[in-house]
Design a binder for this molecule. Structure first.
Ligand code: NCD
Length: 316
């Protein structure tokens, strides 16, 4: 069974076949996006509304571009200036928008679970663009596509996820996806930045970068998510960089052809050395951005098809 769901709320409910279907379709959109004429009309006539309750640069731009390239009518709600500020609840905002008959709602929200809740209240497809520290499914899918293209496969790889794992929905969605595809996952970071119940993830946990990075194929760095920290999680940024910042020295422990990833936004000199981030022989950070548009096009294309299929069923 491939991807047949009405919503894309997380990686958790997806089967390996569904993940592969999204990635395979995304490959065709990578090709389209490299052509001078990038237009397709698979979403022509459909309305996509982006509701971002948290600041976002690349994710929102990526979803907007993805929808426009597929021919949808795309609207960005300025949530900062919205009626939420006047006391309206998330659900009332959603119901108001729902009455305007959108086909796709792309939602980012600071609270874990908020996007799932919203999906229960509206008729259209909902795409989770990041909810609290819960899930960020399109990020994990774009990371998977980047890895698959760089390494030629997406199974039996040794992948290190490093840094602020406790506060990261990117880490969570990636761990779930990479585990479903049967990879070996290592989590590296200070104990204060490891999520509670880490044992359940079935990953190897390291406190030391050199040890954890030994012979890995992929090094995935994460931002220190200060906005989600409510106390002293690290001694100082300088000390953190010294112990956990990815530099040439620490990267030596990884395989010679290991790739370096970061979802952005990046803090150079905090979790990663600027030269490593810019090294085109190691870093695939710009590829991740490119894959992001293609993966979002694929996800929205499939959601629209699934929506039409369920509407047709409803009529028969
Ligand atoms: C991530 C996010 O928002 O969760 N960024 C992104 O989507 N590119 C990671 C982060 O903010 O550090």
């Amino acid at each position: 069974m491939g991807f047949t769901d009405k919503h894309l709320l997380g990686i958790e409910p997806l089967s390996p076949a569904a993940i592969s279907e999204i990635l395979d379709l995304a490959e065709s959109y990578v090709d389209l996006n490299r052509r001078p004429n990038k237009h397709s009309d698979v979403l022509a006539g459909l309305t996509q509304i982006n509701m971002f309750f948290e600041n976002s640069t690349r994710t929102q731009a990526s979803f907007e571009l993805a929808g426009k390239r597929l021919g949808a009518d795309v609207m960005n709600m300025a949530m900062q200036a919205s009626s939420i500020k006047k006391g309206e609840t998330l659900i009332d905002t959603a119901l108001t928008l729902n009455a305007m008959h959108p086909d796709l709602l792309v939602v980012r929200h600071p609270q874990s679970g908020a996007v799932d809740l919203l999906a229960q209240k509206v008729n259209c497809s909902v795409l989770n663009a990041g909810d609290g520290r819960h899930e960020h499914p399109t990020q994990a899918l774009l990371d998977a596509l980047t890895i698959r293209r760089a390494k030629g496969r997406l199974h039996r790889l040794s992948i290190a996820i490093c840094g602020d794992i406790a506060h990261s929905r990117v880490a969570r969605s990636n761990i779930i996806l990479l585990d479903k595809m049967e990879n070996r996952i290592r989590l590296i970071g200070p104990p204060t930045l490891m999520p509670s119940g880490i044992a359940e993830f079935g990953c190897e946990v390291y406190e030391d970068m050199q040890q954890g990075l030994q012979d890995v194929d992929v090094v995935m760095m994460l931002r220190l998510q200060r906005e989600r920290m409510d106390g002293g999680f690290i001694p100082s940024e300088r000390e953190y960089y010294h112990r956990y910042g990815l530099d040439a020295d620490k990267l030596q422990a990884a395989k010679e052809d290991a790739i370096v990833m970061h979802p952005g936004p990046m803090n150079r000199g905090v979790e990663i050395d600027g030269d490593i981030a810019d090294d085109i022989n190691r870093s695939v950070i710009q590829d991740q951005v490119e894959m992001g548009v293609a993966v979002r096009m694929a996800a929205m294309d499939l959601l629209a098809r699934n929506g039409q299929a369920s509407a047709a069923e409803g009529m028969s």
